[in-house]
Design a protein around this ligand. Structure first.
Ligand SMILES: Nc1ncnc2c1ncn2[C@@H]1O[C@H](COP(=O)(O)OP(=O)(O)OP(=O)(O)O)[C@@H](O)[C@H]1O
Ligand SMILES: [Mg+2]
Length: 347
């Protein structure tokens, strides 16, 4: 095989952790098999197959791996028929620990069940069983919560008015829980999110990802309008340009700069609140080039609708205190949902 430079590096690197990511079918398994053969045939420190642990996601991949290692060994033996080390390796290949992550974990638990204080008769549940189990736990939990009638829980329930709210809440809890499972430290992640909600409830919006991304996308949009508006200003001043529009365009330029200079919602809100777009002054077809006129008008109108429709009408619609109230309301519900998710995971 003519290995590529990158493949060679992966095959030959030793003594550190390696993470290889490459496209499907690009030779990841081939390289891993070659690394294994390289370890076995290392001239100074040969490793035996029974000292290796090779884990895959699927059984099919484990079988493929075992077969490919076997084939690679046979090829080496054909070239070097007297090599007893290689023949020994081929003989122990069926016992080599080439297996799925699941089965490796199960074997570990089986071997050490006493230390782990687990019933030796344990077995792994099927995904469908787990789902039923989880649903069962959630159902009981919801019943208890309804009985306790805690204020925060009632507030959560209130925000889910209508039929089947218990189910809808349960589904959200499950989703949150499985999302948490994809994080490195699921419980810590949930606790952190709860704290973030608490801050939001207390009216502290800065630092929240939705808040920061709304602000920065507004400011970024204004930044993108600026060169267009500056160009429109130039066009107004060129011979034949629609100079009656100059005033309106310059106003828009100052608006765009004002938005770019803001850093918090309050500031943006009060700045944008004051923006008005009086009708542009009339142009004259005989004096002003129609194409240039249309160009300037399009740029200015597009900025105008960005401010009036997108900002005044949508993203900066709420007064700062109303935004805080509504964010706090949502955060309160979310915090309870996250808390229930944590409780559910403990059961
Ligand atoms: N440098 C190379 N030169 C020639 N053929 C190669 C080279 N590297 C890999 N191959 C061949 O490409 C094919 C795919 O390789 P391999 O199965 O290792 O890819 P993979 O990345 O593991 O694929 P998958 O993502 O499907 O698991 C194999 O037949 C392998 O022998
Ligand atoms: Mg592969």
């Amino acid at each position: 095989m003519n290995w590529s430079e990158e493949q060679k590096k992966v095959i030959e690197t030793r003594g550190c952790n390696l993470l290889v990511s490459a496209a499907a079918g690009s030779g990841k398994t081939a390289v891993l098999v070659e690394r294994i053969i390289g370890l076995i045939t290392d001239p100074t420190d040969p490793v035996s197959l029974d000292e290796l642990l090779v884990m895959t996601f699927t059984r099919a991949a484990a079988e493929e791996m075992r077969e490919r290692v076997g084939r690679a060994l046979s090829e080496r033996i054909e070239k070097d028929p007297e090599n007893s080390w290689l023949k020994l390796q081929r003989a122990i290949l069926p016992r080599a620990r080439i297996a799925t992550i699941d089965s490796v974990c199960q074997n570990l638990i089986r071997q050490y069940y006493q230390e782990l204080e687990i019933d030796p008769g344990f077995r792994a549940a099927e995904e469908s069983e787990l789902k039923l189990l989880r649903m069962d736990i959630l159902k009981k939990m919801m019943e208890e919560l309804h009985e306790e009638a805690d204020e925060e829980f009632l507030n959560l329930v209130d925000s889910f008015s209508g039929n089947g709210m218990d189910e809808r809440i349960s589904v959200l809890i499950e989703k949150l829980s499985s999302f948490a499972d994809s994080c490195e430290w699921p419980d810590r992640f949930l606790l952190e999110q709860e704290e973030i909600c608490q801050k939001e409830e207390d009216g502290e919006l800065s630092g929240l990802s939705w808040y920061e991304s709304v602000l920065s996308s507004i400011i970024e949009s204004a930044r993108e309008y600026l060169p267009l508006l500056l160009r429109a200003e130039e066009v107004c001043e060129e011979p034949g340009g629609p100079d009656p529009y100059l005033e309106g365009v310059r106003e828009s330029i100052s608006y765009a700069r004002a938005i770019m200079g803001c850093s918090a919602y309050e500031e943006l809100w009060s700045t944008v609140q004051q923006m008005r777009f009086p009708a542009l002054k009339r142009t004259n077809k005989n004096k002003h080039d129609p194409e240039m006129t249309a160009y300037v008008k399009t740029v200015r109108d597009s900025f105008k609708s960005f401010v009036t429709e997108k900002l005044q009408g949508k993203f900066l619609l709420l007064k700062p205190e109303d935004l805080k109230l509504s964010a706090a309301g949502a955060a309160r519900v979310n915090r309870e949902l996250i808390r229930l998710t944590r409780i559910g995971r403990e059961s």
